[in-house]
Write a protein that binds this ligand. Structure first.
Ligand SMILES: [Mg+2]
Length: 379
């Protein structure tokens, strides 16, 4: 039996500000999605929250891009939005860009990660879910999980992984894709995925048999709406064990924090802090960016879990490190590199400020401007 695992997420209103989700909004989303389970649209459901985002983790047999499953998620978020609007949640319905559902939630606002596979004898999967960042945040950990033997011992030791993996990479500006094989094209791969402002890993496949190993949400909200409508906080599905990296190899990159884009107003760089579910509530300067890891064993299409995988003192050091990194970056205030460079700010509210000042620019003269005693520029 081919099983599909679909994770569809959206921010339909924050409580308070951008920090988390109100219980009544969550309850409505869950209720509508559960009805879909009762009707047989999906087999099983698990609901996750990270910051102001809600993710529906769903299993079914309808394949990827199933309009029935997408519509269920759309309706759940739509009805949740009604509750969010009533409670005047912050940015209620902000990720629902269309008025009505039209066959597929792609391009309509919510983020989607999906994969189809035949359930193995034992099928451990991890769903990563991050807030205050973007899909390219997964580039670095995916590289380490699937292509770096210093992180993933299985690439060396396990004959079923020894041939390596294929990375499916997308150019977020053009929508064009390229597939690169590791280890032989590793340096070519890094040319692209190291440029996180532009290139995003969409999926990873095992080279020996083409089996799907990982799938990420790659929707760029800012590009879709043509204006800034919120951060495209991403989800990532990774299959573990028996021909894939071990659970610990998949989690290990998060023990060494790195910097991602998306903190405060989607306009700042910050460390991605791995946290337990209960701590996925970013409040310091609306951050720092958070990531949770929900582990499941899939049994006959049912989601056994989630297990809260970052709820482990072994990640305390990473969290302390993130706090130190945050202090260093916050010292920069509005200055780059804490603030993102101008190209990255194009879809924020900053262009409105620039518009107001654009006529004040004059060709730079060799002589300095002269000021009157009132501080006005003298003609
Ligand atoms: Mg968010």
């Amino acid at each position: 039996m081919r099983l599909t695992l679909s994770v569809i997420k959206a921010d339909i209103g924050g409580f308070v500000g951008h920090s988390s989700v109100h219980k009544d909004v969550l309850a409505k989303v869950r209720e509508v999605a559960e009805e879909g389970k009762d009707k047989g649209i999906i087999r099983d459901l698990s609901v996750l929250v990270c910051g102001d985002d809600i993710a529906l983790v769903m299993t079914h047999t309808k394949g990827v891009d199933s309009s029935e499953v997408h519509e269920l998620a759309w309706n759940a978020f739509k009805e949740g939005t009604e509750v969010a609007k009533k409670l005047k949640m912050y940015g209620a319905g902000q990720d629902l860009l269309a008025e009505a559902f039209s066959g597929n939630v792609k391009g309509m606002g919510p983020g989607i990660a999906e994969m189809e596979f035949v359930e193995r004898k034992s099928e451990p999967v991890i769903v990563f879910f991050a807030d205050k960042t973007s899909p390219s945040a997964w580039n670095l950990p995916l590289y380490e999980m699937f292509a770096d033997p210093m992180n993933t011992a299985g690439l060396v030791i396990d004959p079923s992984m020894h041939e390596g993996f294929i990375f499916d990479v997308m150019d977020a500006y053009t929508g064009m894709g390229i597939q690169l094989k590791t280890p032989e094209e590793l340096y070519d791969l890094l040319v692209f995925i190291g440029a996180t402002s532009r290139y995003v890993v969409r999926a990873v496949y095992r080279k020996s048999d083409g089996e799907i190993a990982a799938a990420a949400s790659t929707q760029k909200l800012s590009f879709m709406a043509g204006r800034y409508v919120g951060k495209d906080d991403p989800v990532l599905i990774v299959r573990a064990q028996s021909g894939f990296p071990a659970v610990g190899e998949i989690l290990e990159p998060f023990a060494r924090p790195w910097l991602v884009e998306g903190w405060m107003r989607g306009s700042h760089t910050g460390p991605l802090m791995p946290v337990a579910f209960k701590n996925a509530k970013p409040t310091r300067f609306d951050g720092p960016p958070r990531v949770i890891a929900a582990g499941y064993q899939i049994a006959d299409g049912y989601l056994i879990g989630p297990s809260d995988l970052f709820d482990d003192p072994a990640f305390d050091h990473a969290r302390e490190e993130c706090n130190k990194m945050s202090d260093i970056l916050r010292r920069q205030g509005i200055f780059e590199p804490h603030r993102l460079p101008p190209e990255e700010m194009e879809y924020t509210t900053l262009p409105k400020v620039l518009e107001k000042l654009k006529d004040r620019f004059k060709l730079v003269e060799t002589e300095r401007p002269k000021f009157s005693s009132e501080g006005e520029i003298a003609e």
